[in-house]
Design a protein around this ligand. Structure first.
Ligand code: MG
Ligand code: MG
Length: 248
């Protein structure tokens, strides 16, 4: 069931979204060569808790950490670990925090030191594809319009759109209806209404769109080991458009 959020719920979702944004901002200077990804996880957990929020991922379906940290060819749901970030890596950090029962969710892919031109291209156009998707949003538009815009943009740039995973409604649950795929047809799918809150999150590969799941049952990686990027915002649908609740 797709729920429309009350004014009070929207206020709490905006606070949660801002905590997620602040956590990204807090982590950014630490995302550099030499840090272990597990250290980033600890920093994020402490920061989220110091803001009276709870890391939403921790314990969600058994996920053991605060952050999903996915490096290079990892697409999403990577485990923080003893891996030490090195010059030339790209690292997707997905952050979700729960404030008074309401969730904010935003992922961003960061560069570590100097990355090659192909990775820069991937990041630039994955981020742009997110905004191409968001531009479709307003009351009366449909979920398929978002996916169509993201997929068309990525196809024009010869990038692989991951189809096994998608965005989602969000509120008092981290994942709510509707699904928000990163592909689709215009004028199809649920109709967007003022008061809906959704997370839009293209996961885009430099090479093939194909992915597979590692033995840890969480980490999704690209089939050809080419890099992948992930950009996500939680947005409120308004009469004339949308408002980003995890804005940067
Ligand atoms: Mg996320
Ligand atoms: Mg999400």
């Amino acid at each position: 069931m797709i729920t429309l959020k009350s004014k009070r719920e929207i206020e709490l979702l905006a606070i949660a979204g801002n905590i997620v944004y602040q956590t990204h901002k807090y982590l950014q200077p630490y995302i550099k060569e030499g840090i272990k990804t597990i250290e980033l996880d600890k920093l994020a957990e402490d920061f989220i808790r110091s803001n009276d929020a709870i890391p939403s991922f921790k314990g969600y379906s058994g996920f053991p950490y605060t952050l999903c940290i996915s490096v290079n060819s990892e697409v999403v749901h990577g485990f923080p670990s003893d891996y030490v970030l090195k010059n030339g890596d790209i690292v997707s950090i997905d952050i979700c925090a729960c404030y008074k029962g309401y969730h904010g969710d935003s992922a961003w892919t960061y560069t570590v030191g100097e990355v090659d031109e192909e990775k820069k291209f991937l990041l630039e156009h994955t981020e742009k594809s997110l905004y191409e998707g968001l531009k479709q949003i307003k009351e009366g538009a449909r979920i398929g319009d978002i996916g169509y815009a993201i997929e068309s943009y990525c196809k024009d740039h010869n990038l692989g759109v991951v189809k096994e995973l998608c965005g989602h409604g969000i509120g008092s649950h981290l994942h709510e209806a509707p699904d928000v795929p990163n592909y689709g047809k215009k004028n199809t799918g649920p109709i967007l209404k003022e008061g809906m809150v959704i997370a839009v999150e293209p996961m885009i590969n430099l090479g093939t769109a194909d992915v597979y799941l590692l033995d840890d049952d969480w980490t999704v990686v690209t089939a050809d080991q080419e890099p992948s990027a992930h950009f996500e915002h939680t947005v409120l649908i308004t009469k004339d458009g949308y408002e980003i609740l995890t804005k940067r």
